[in-house]
Design a protein around this ligand. Structure first.
Ligand code: AMP
Ligand code: MG
Length: 328
């Protein structure tokens, strides 16, 4: 067991860079969720990420860079479309799948010939990478649990497993990056996110994206259940359904919680609620905190369904998985 420090500011970046270059794991903030980082070129350190999380070996990591130029160190035969995407959306919450560069170990790509590359908007993340090296990182949670959007969430899951957590407050976006594959004939959205399918379609002309819950074998990690709270979790198709499920749970002696936006307070009444704010962006930013809080204080979580496109579609991709597709 390691002692896990939580630091912020310049000192944290200096200490983080030193630890990364000596082969240790460092948790760093990004605008999406917190990442569990290692030197992307250090096979052993990359292996330690899988051990710390309990992550299956066939679930690849994202390589984080701090300048567009660095893409050449981690990928090869980079297509023009990458630079089109970079100009519009980078730095930002999007990872682009490219041909793997020769220096990147197969441990990062789960044995595959492609690598996901992302340049985070968070300045602390970019400063850490600039002071060290490109970082291979997945979300900084235990495998299968809800992704962390605060340093405290990370500490709850990974204390004793990492030397340092760099704290930069709550994540701005709150759900994981969009994953866009540029190695297919037509660019393909493997995971929706805050850079929405609609936004990508506008820039690229044509993108492939599938139905409500995106399940595409080529994004290897997508077959695993992610984002799951430790208690029963359901999605309510309307506030009325949510209230019925809540009251049924109470009648049966349970202790439910509604994860809802406060625009529905007329319907939810004085039932227990974790408030997700007003806008879909508020919902995305707060949803993982709400799920982590819910599993501590309730034995059933009932989540509001969003029905629109854009970020609503991206966020529901996570929420349906949290609920194992259980609708009420
Ligand atoms: P996480 O950051 O924990 O969400 O994990 C990274 C996710 O990025 C994986 O689970 C995959 O879905 C996706 N990913 C990473 N590398 C690749 C790749 N080479 N091809 C397709 N998807 C990838
Ligand atoms: Mg993850």
């Amino acid at each position: 067991m390691k002692e896990t420090k939580i630091l912020n500011g310049t000192k944290a970046i200096e200490e983080g860079a030193r630890l990364i270059l000596s082969g240790e794991l460092v948790v760093f903030p990004t605008e999406t969720v917190y990442g569990l980082g290692a030197d992307a070129f250090n096979e052993k350190a990359v292996g330690d990420i899988f051990k710390a999380k309990g992550r299956p070996q066939d679930n690849p990591l994202i390589v984080h860079i701090s300048s567009i130029d660095q893409v050449k160190d981690v990928a090869k035969d980079v297509p023009d479309a990458f630079y089109t995407i970079a100009e519009k959306f980078m730095p930002g919450p999007i990872s682009v799948v490219l041909k793997k560069g020769d220096k990147v170990p197969y441990g990062v790509t789960a044995g595959g010939e492609t690598v996901a590359v992302r340049m985070p908007e968070n300045k602390v993340a970019r400063a850490l990478i600039s002071a060290s090296t490109p970082l291979a990182a997945p979300s900084a949670n235990k495998s299968k649990h809800v992704s962390p959007t605060t340093a405290e969430h990370v500490y709850d899951d990974l204390k004793g497993e990492v030397a340092l957590i760099i704290d930069d407050g709550p994540c701005k976006v709150g759900i994981e990056s969009t994953v866009l594959d540029l190695t297919t004939d037509i660019p393909t959205v493997l995971r929706p996110g805050a850079v929405t399918v609609e936004m990508l379609g506008e820039v690229l002309g044509e993108v492939v994206a599938s139905g409500k819950v995106i399940k595409i074998a080529k994004s290897p990690g997508m077959k695993y259940t992610h984002y799951a709270p430790k208690v029963k979790t359901v999605v309510a198709v309307s506030p009325q359904h949510a209230v019925e499920e809540y009251d049924k749970c109470v009648r049966e002696g349970g202790n439910p919680i509604l994860v809802y936006r406060n625009i529905y307070k007329d319907v939810t009444g004085d039932r227990r609620i974790i408030d997700l704010g007003v806008s879909p962006e508020d919902y995305a930013r707060r949803i993982y905190s709400a799920l982590r809080e819910g599993e501590q204080i309730a034995d059933e979580i009932i989540i509001e369904e969003l029905h629109g496109g854009g970020i609503e579609y991206s966020v529901m991709n996570r929420v349906y998985k949290s609920a194992g597709d259980k609708l009420v």
